[in-house]
Design a protein around this ligand. Structure first.
Ligand code: F6R
Length: 261
């Protein structure tokens, strides 16, 4: 795991967008794993800018989203499909047939989860997986106690997550209780993972995920097992990390990051 600390949330998101841009230019057929949420909005804004100003080409890129709520229509403003259309898909030249999200309306949800896993395999696995982190430490919707080898499945959301997302739904009572999510095992099979966290509300959970023990209570901690995982944070989200100076030293000296400094 590497940790990159950037001065602001904007700079942290810009760095993540540059990683995506770099990998997409290197491999136009990139299989890109996508996350939703407030934190990612800045990343998508930057990618849209790259597409418009620097001709970043998404025409051959294939995408797989981490998760989707159960029971929401794609047209529902709170569905992750709608979020992605709004923040990225409609604003870049991605082919609709290359876009994949779990179908939270499937009549057989278990079958839908198996289909999604098989589809990821059929595309050769995920090259670059973008991740946010919930205040309960989740990646995707892998809530506390999710098995670290779990695969795509239906998960019940925890009260913390329901609370965290309540404002989007106009109150906790309206938040769906379940979602389909890639499993922790699915996520850590991606060839590269980049997790972005910003703001002081994420400082505690980032310290646990990065410097704490690997535990299913904080599913992001499973990323410590990943051979190529980068955690990008702003100063606020880095606030509780003990080894900040060490992470800065690595970023300043590692040749791979030269073009990002
Ligand atoms: C959503 C997802 C979640 C979010 C996380 C952070 O697709 O995978 O794990 O990334 O809940 O959400 P924000 O950025 O809204 O704090």
């Amino acid at each position: 795991m590497e940790v990159i600390i950037q001065p602001t949330d904007e700079a942290a998101a810009a760095l993540v967008a540059r990683v995506v841009s770099h990998d997409l230019r290197a491999n136009p057929h990139l299989v890109l794993g996508l996350a939703t949420g407030k934190t990612m909005e800045r990343v998508y804004r930057q990618l849209v800018r790259f597409h418009k100003d620097r001709k970043l080409d998404f025409s051959l890129c294939r995408t797989f989203n981490l998760d989707e709520y159960v029971g929401l229509f794609p047209s529902d403003p709170n569905s992750y499909r709608h979020y992605m259309e709004q923040h990225l898909f409609r604003q870049v030249n991605i082919e609709p047939r290359n876009i994949h999200l779990p179908n939270g309306l499937a009549t057989d949800l278990d079958e839908e989860c198996r289909r999604y896993e098989a589809l990821i395999q059929r595309f050769g696995g995920i090259d670059l997986q973008l991740l946010g982190i919930g205040r309960a430490g989740h990646i995707g919707f892998n809530e506390p106690l999710s098995a670290l080898r779990s695969r795509t499945r239906v998960k019940a959301l925890t009260p913390t997550t329901i609370q965290q997302n309540a404002s989007f739904f106009g109150g906790e009572g309206n938040v769906p209780r379940r979602a389909i999510t890639m499993g922790v095992g699915t996520i850590i099979e991606a060839r590269r993972c980049v997790l972005l966290a910003t703001g002081d509300s994420k400082a505690d959970v980032i310290a646990q995920a990065v410097e704490g023990p690997i535990t299913s209570m904080v599913t992001a901690s499973a990323l410590q097992l990943h051979p190529r995982c980068t955690v990008v944070v702003d100063e606020a989200a880095a606030g509780k990390l003990k080894e900040r100076d060490y992470y800065r030293w690595i970023f300043d000296n590692e040749p791979e990051w030269e073009e990002y400094r």
